[in-house]
Design a protein around this ligand. Structure first.
Ligand code: SF4
Ligand code: SF4
Length: 113
C-alpha cells in the first residue's frame, strides 16, 4: 500500500538503487532477466531515460511494476516525514535531472513534492 505521504510522482525512482543478491534473485523469480533490470556488470537497477526500468508513469501517478517486491532502498522512501525529494539540490543543479523531473510531471500530471 502506498504511504499517505507519497503522491506517486515517481521522482525517487530516478535514483541509482543498489540491489542485494537476494533482491536480484527475488526479481528474477518474478520472471525478469538480469539484462532487463540490471545495469551491465553492476548490482544497480537499470535506468532508462534517467528512471528505473520498472517505473510506469501514468496520468494520476507513477506505478512500480514490482511494487510488492521492490528493493529495500525503494521502501525507505518517503520515510516518516513529508516527502520533499524535489527540493534536493540535484534537481536545481543538474540540467539532466531537471529535464527528467519535468518529463515525469508532464506524464503523470503530479507535481513532485
Ligand atoms: S519522490 Fe516522494 S512523493 Fe514522489 S514517489 Fe518518491 S516518495 Fe513518493
Ligand atoms: S523498483 Fe519500483 S520503487 Fe524501486 S526505483 Fe524502480 S520503480 Fe521505483
Amino acid at each position: 500500500m502506498i504511504p499517505d505521504n507519497c503522491n506517486s510522482c515517481g521522482l525517487c525512482c530516478t535514483l541509482g538503487i543498489q540491489l542485494s543478491k537476494k533482491e536480484i534473485a527475488a526479481i528474477k523469480e518474478l520472471g525478469y532477466e538480469e539484462e532487463h533490470f540490471l545495469e551491465p556488470k553492476e548490482k544497480l537497477l537499470k535506468r532508462v531515460n534517467g528512471r528505473c526500468v520498472f517505473l510506469i508513469p501514468k496520468k494520476g501517478g507513477a506505478r512500480c511494476e514490482i511494487y510488492e517486491f521492490r528493493p529495500r532502498l525503494c521502501r525507505d522512501f518517503p520515510g516518516e516525514k513529508k516527502c520533499a525529494f524535489s527540493k534536493h539540490p540535484i534537481f536545481r543543479i543538474s540540467g539532466n535531472y531537471k529535464k527528467i523531473k519535468k518529463e515525469l510531471e508532464n506524464q503523470t500530471g503530479v507535481k513532485a513534492p
